[in-house]
Ligand binder design. Structure first.
Ligand SMILES: Nc1ncnc2c1ncn2[C@@H]1O[C@H](COP(=O)(O)OP(=O)(O)OP(=O)(O)O)[C@@H](O)[C@H]1O
Ligand SMILES: [Mg+2]
Length: 330
């Protein structure tokens, strides 16, 4: 007989006990509607409020992982910052913070006189990330700093507490806009953020494939339920432009071609169906990835490159977002 590696209880007994005691309409007893659980208002519950000294908050999100949320968030934030718009970038990904790498920043933030964390700045963009608060790995004998192997394995309560601090204990100074790079999913972190602060708009990032788009559409549903305006959808890795001949290839199925999903499918069709603006395409481009990895995102890396299509793609999206939230785009 098999035994549970954790409890040592025979597996069969575990299953039979479970099936006897379940009385819910599905195995986990979760609500079928997908509606976030509502909490009775009681003393001590956080009240939704604006982040101090921050005029607008924009969340960059997608329920799907790895579609380019952080890449879009940092390039969006830098597009604003490089135009003189006072901008901050908050990395809300507690388990996999990307902002320190993307902005080539590290080191422990200092505390100001009110015990608030002072953001770290690069390229004129202020930023805060869980990654700055973790112990730093030391350089080895070759002078290289090895990648950190320490996992961030926290339970819900710790995550909520960390999130709470990142939301309320950062001294941003006056900001016109704070861009929030959200982790994948539609769970704890997203709900906590929405419970605690006013989000002025969200940008949903997807890639062309059906499998990513389905999750992006779920992300749309989450913001709708939370009554956060969805500013639009971005299609990242939309096509590959050959660096030699310039020919554009749609690497991933767009739901409108040979893969036969028909007109009801694809990012554009979903935007139309949901009544969401399509903000634009970002090409799949090795340079975008390279720039991100070396901590100088494309918007900055190609500032002096005339007619950089990849930089322009980010700028076009930033301009639309700026107009939608009432920022002055000069
Ligand atoms: N347009 C692009 N062209 C080439 N590479 C890209 C592009 N967009 C993102 N990438 C690369 O894809 C990887 C994933 O991107 P990113 O970290 O921004 O995704 P994410 O959605 O934030 O992921 P996670 O869900 O883990 O937070 C990174 O290596 C990034 O450099
Ligand atoms: Mg990310």
């Amino acid at each position: 007989m098999f035994h549970s590696p954790v409890s040592g209880v025979p597996i069969r007994r575990l299953f039979s006990t479970t099936s006897r005691t379940l009385s819910h309409d599905n195995p986990l007893g979760l609500p079928k509607s997908g509606t976030p659980p509502t909490f009775r208002s009681r003393r001590g519950m956080p009240e939704k409020r604006k982040i101090r000294d921050v005029k607008k908050v924009v969340a960059v999100s997608s329920a799907k992982g790895g579609v380019g949320k952080s890449t879009v968030a940092v390039n969006l934030a830098l597009s604003f910052a490089r135009r003189g718009i006072r901008t901050g970038l908050l990395d809300a990904d507690i388990f996999g913070p990307s902002v320190p790498t993307l902005l080539n920043l590290s080191g422990e933030p200092r505390l100001d006189e009110n015990n608030c964390l002072v953001p770290l700045t690069n390229y004129g963009l202020k930023s805060m990330s869980m990654g700055y608060l973790l112990p730093q790995t030391q350089a080895d004998s070759t002078g290289e700093v090895p990648m950190d192997t320490t996992p961030i394995s926290w339970r819900g309560l710790m995550v909520t507490k960390a999130m709470h601090q990142l939301l309320h204990s950062v001294s941003w100074g006056p900001l016109d806009v704070l861009i929030m790079d959200l982790p994948p999913g539609t769970g704890d972190v997203q709900l906590t953020i929405n419970q605690e602060i006013v989000i002025d708009g969200s940008v949903i990032v997807t890639t062309p494939q059906d499998i990513a788009l389905r999750d992006a559409v779920r992300g749309f549903g989450m913001f709708k339920r939370m009554e956060v305006p969805v500013l639009g959808m971005v299609r990242n890795m939309a096509y590959f432009a050959c660096p030699n001949c310039g020919h554009e290839t749609k690497i991933f199925s767009h739901g409108d071609g040979d893969h036969c999903h028909g007109e009801e499918s694809g990012v554009l069709a979903q935007c139309k169906r949901l009544g969401v603006d399509f903000l634009g395409d970002i090409p799949l481009d090795a340079k975008v990835c390279e720039d991100a990895d070396r901590g100088m995102p494309t918007v900055v890396a190609e500032e002096s490159v005339e007619r950089s299509a990849r930089r322009q793609a980010f700028l076009n999206i930033a301009e639309q977002v700026a107009h939608k939230i009432g920022l002055d785009w000069k």
